[in-house]
Design a binder for this molecule. Structure first.
Ligand code: GLN
Length: 205
């Protein structure tokens, strides 16, 4: 079987950073802007950026509907930050009329960590992401990040915040072939999340 092609949704956001991280892990990548390009990939990354903008562009370029269909058919998708919001079935604090692609049985709260802490870093222990107690913790960068407010029974929690007022909040999840993080591994230089996603892609082939 030829190696899978990992698409990176290239409408807005951290497209280049995800592409680099995936290539660093040895993956073949392709930008996805159109339904015809979506049809050519074996998996997809939804980058960090602005979820309401990406939502509008997905609808304007007629990619929203084909993407929902492919997710329903089992396409592996990883979303970081705005990408997590886009994968969520339900959002809190979205803008008027904001839609999501959906697929993940979670409710996410947009900009959940509050205006006073726009951006912060946190050392996360997340064994399922290759950051167990005997490994180096994962340096997670949060930028106007969402959190998962509630998760359905088939959702596996991969990481929670372990210090400060947001302790216990869910920031990484997986459900079937879908994976999402509230933080941005594409800009921290730690490719363990991308590796975990590539493992998921191989497991679903
Ligand atoms: N707050 C942004 C949104 O609602 C997400 C921020 C990010 O991706 N860094 O989409």
């Amino acid at each position: 079987m030829s190696p899978p092609v990992i698409g990176v949704l290239a409408l807005q956001g951290d497209v280049l950073e995800h592409t680099r991280a995936l290539q660093q892990c040895g993956a073949r990548t392709a930008p996805v802007r159109r339904a015809s390009e979506l049809a050519e990939v074996d998996a997809l990354v939804l980058p960090g950026g602005e979820s309401s903008t990406i939502d509008k562009l997905l609808r304007r370029f007629d990619v929203m509907h084909p993407l929902r269909e492919r997710i329903a058919a089992g396409l592996p998708v990883y979303g970081s930050c705005a990408g997590m919001i886009l994968l969520a079935d339900r959002i809190l604090d979205g803008i008027e009329g904001q839609q999501t692609v959906g697929g993940l049985d979670v409710t996410v709260r947009r900009n959940a960590f509050g205006r006073q802490v726009d951006s912060f870093e946190e050392a996360l222990h997340a064994p399922a992401l290759g950051a167990g107690s005997s490994d180096a913790p994962m340096r997670a960068v949060f930028i106007r990040a969402p959190w998962v407010e509630t998760a359905g029974p088939s959702v596996q929690v991969l990481a929670t915040v372990s210090t400060g007022p947001a302790t216990g909040r869910i920031v990484a999840v997986r459900q079937g072939a879908l994976m999402a993080t509230a933080f941005h591994p594409e800009i921290s230089g730690d490719v363990r999340v991308h590796r975990a996603f590539l493992d998921l892609v191989h497991a679903h082939r």
